[in-house]
Design a protein around this ligand. Structure first.
Ligand code: GLY
Length: 440
């Protein structure tokens, strides 16, 4: 089967690697030349991934039989719809279904309309005076969110990025006035305290199959300080749960995803593809932070290397609504993923610097390497302003996976920055203690 993967980041490198494991023929459409994807694809095309007509032209030209979309931006402009209208099957949601991610107001409305557990106090505003009243009513304990896509960097939370009520109001005003996230509107949510986890699931429109839970690290600096990023790294445990969560927390997350799919169905927005729940485990149970219409980045790199079932078969089962007949399994292993980013990333990134990657030594150390946003020139790798590459360690225990990851990272050098604390015993124990305190 001729499979097209759209997107050129580390998540898409992981998707392409999974496609390549089956006997499919891999094609890639990406805006940057990802050296890892370039190496394994039969052919690739470099262009803006949101240009649906160009994606279609390329897909028809290469006689593509099935497409998978990695990032949210092409979903937002309806790349799935355009391909499907032209007879190409797509294992990713339509524009209408992907609104569960691309429109945060819509997501909260679905949760409210179908009385789905896990929502938080929230309201949208186009008027800053009304937003101010709501922020004051919540004593400034708020998350201020643009309605549309901001590449994971538009959300600001009291105590983390906003020092006081005035800063929260000021950012809400900025979101409304500048139209951050594409609308002159802001979503204000009550801030909830707890530990975050990601649950990704395969979905065929009615059945979901949840994958192992993952914890991402959005903040730039060790100990969860600094600005929000696209994600600095993540880990998962061989049990499929995380060290601070129970089976019933996991089940609750999965039930919420199932109810969202059912709600979307009742709205005439059948959802096929991977769905992603960003949850927070609080003293009052599992709450939804956001829902995404795709694999997570970096979370895809924690789960896809563990997938034992043929990934292309799963994609076909999602498209043909046969997920309930599919036996899906993952290796019972723990994973630790750390991103390598250019020095200054998130503040003033240094682009155009060489990164020296000794791929053979990374492999020898047991690491799985996924390239992200880099440029390759004359066999050398150069940074851009975004994340450069990720390395994943896999072992029975998180501790050993973390060691493999670190050993592998010794063979990546240059003007780079890495959050070395991700997946360490110390940070994980801190998470466990935090959750114990919240539950007690
Ligand atoms: N890990 C965050 C995201 O993929 O949105």
């Amino acid at each position: 089967m001729r499979v097209l993967v759209i997107g050129g980041g580390a998540r898409e490198h992981a998707i392409c690697t999974a496609v390549n494991k089956s006997d499919a023929e891999l094609y890639s459409f990406m805006k940057n030349l990802n050296p890892g994807i370039k190496r394994i694809a039969k052919d690739y095309f470099l262009h803006d991934e949101r240009n649906a007509q160009k994606v279609l032209e390329y897909a028809l030209n290469k006689k593509i039989e099935m497409a998978i979309i990695g990032p949210e931006a092409p979903e937002e402009v309806g790349v799935t719809d355009v391909l499907e209208e032209n007879g190409i099957r797509v294992a990713s949601p339509s524009k209408k279904a992907a609104e569960i991610e691309t429109n945060k107001e819509f997501m909260r409305k679905i949760m409210e309309k179908y009385k789905i557990r896990g929502s938080v106090k929230c309201k949208t505003f186009s008027n800053i005076n009304m937003a101010r009243e709501f922020i004051e009513m919540l004593d400034g304990n708020v998350a201020v969110k643009p309605i549309g896509l901001t590449g994971g960097k538009g959300v600001k939370v009291a105590g983390d990025h906003l020092k006081n009520i005035e800063e929260a109001i000021s950012y809400a005003r900025e979101v409304i006035e500048k139209g951050i996230g594409g609308k002159n509107k802001v979503l204000i949510e009550e801030k909830v305290i707890g530990e975050e986890f990601t649950l990704q699931a395969f979905c065929d429109g009615s059945t979901i199959y949840p994958m192992p839970a993952v914890q991402d690290h959005k903040r730039l600096l060790p100990d969860d300080r600094g600005p929000n990023t696209g994600g600095m790294g993540s880990y998962s445990h061989k049990s499929g749960l995380l060290p601070f969560m129970t089976e019933s927390d996991y089940e609750e997350g999965a039930t919420i995803l199932q109810k969202i799919i059912e709600g979307l169905n009742r709205e005439g927005r059948e959802y096929k593809g991977v769905i992603y729940g960003q949850f927070i485990l609080t003293g009052d149970g599992v709450k939804v932070i956001e829902i995404n219409a795709r694999f997570g980045d970096p979370e895809a790199m924690n789960v896809l290397p563990l997938l034992k079932t043929d990934f292309v078969d799963i994609c076909m089962a999602m498209i043909e609504k046969k997920l309930n007949r599919k036996r899906i399994s993952f290796e019972n292993k723990s994973t630790v993923c750390k991103y390598v980013v250019p020095k200054g990333y998130g503040i003033k990134p240094e682009a155009g610097k060489e990164i020296r990657v000794d791929e053979r030594e990374v492999k020898k150390a047991g690491g799985h390497l996924f390239y992200a946003s880099v440029n390759e020139e004359n066999g050398k790798i150069y940074t851009t302003t975004s994340r450069s590459l990720a390395v994943v360690g896999i072992a029975d225990e998180i501790e050993d996976a973390e060691k493999i990851c670190e050993e592998s990272l010794k063979h990546v050098n240059g003007e780079i920055f890495i959050r070395h604390d991700i997946g360490t015993q110390k940070l994980i124990q801190k998470r466990i203690n935090h959750m114990k305190m919240i539950r007690s």
